[in-house]
Design a protein. Structure first.
Length: 125
């Protein structure tokens, strides 16, 4: 069980990094923040966009924030979240993580896979 925020951040970032070779770009990559974006020109609900945010992880005071944007594209995406992950959800897309074990990391990984698959099916990646 990890409780050190830097360790939690680094572990989640490592889980996200493989998506950079699958079409997402690490726009922010520092010791405290990591963001993945698709920089493909797309259309969402009739509005043209040059980019779309996918996910990010940031060290905050007292927790690590894991931001997961696929829930904005598909509200049903919340249904894939394990109840243990849902307990950490604050608002619509931000999870406050203070402790991380292999099981919780697995739930985050499952969410990343599902979100990436959804983005790919929509042609956003």
């Amino acid at each position: 069980m990890k409780t050190d925020l830097v360790e939690i951040f680094q572990t989640i970032r490592a889980e996200m990094q493989p998506y950079t070779v699958q079409g997402l770009n690490a726009r922010t990559n520092s010791e405290t923040a990591y963001e993945l974006w698709s920089e493909k020109a797309i259309e969402i609900e009739g509005r043209k966009k040059d980019e779309v945010y996918f996910a990010g992880v940031v060290i905050r005071k007292g927790y690590v924030g894991f931001y997961y944007m696929p829930v904005y594209a598909e509200a049903e995406m919340k249904l894939i979240f394990h109840p243990e992950l849902m307990k950490l959800l604050k608002g619509k897309s931000c999870f406050h993580i203070k402790k991380l074990d292999d099981e919780l990391l697995g739930f985050i990984s499952q969410a990343l896979v599902a979100g990436f698959t959804s983005y790919k099916q929509k042609g956003w990646v």
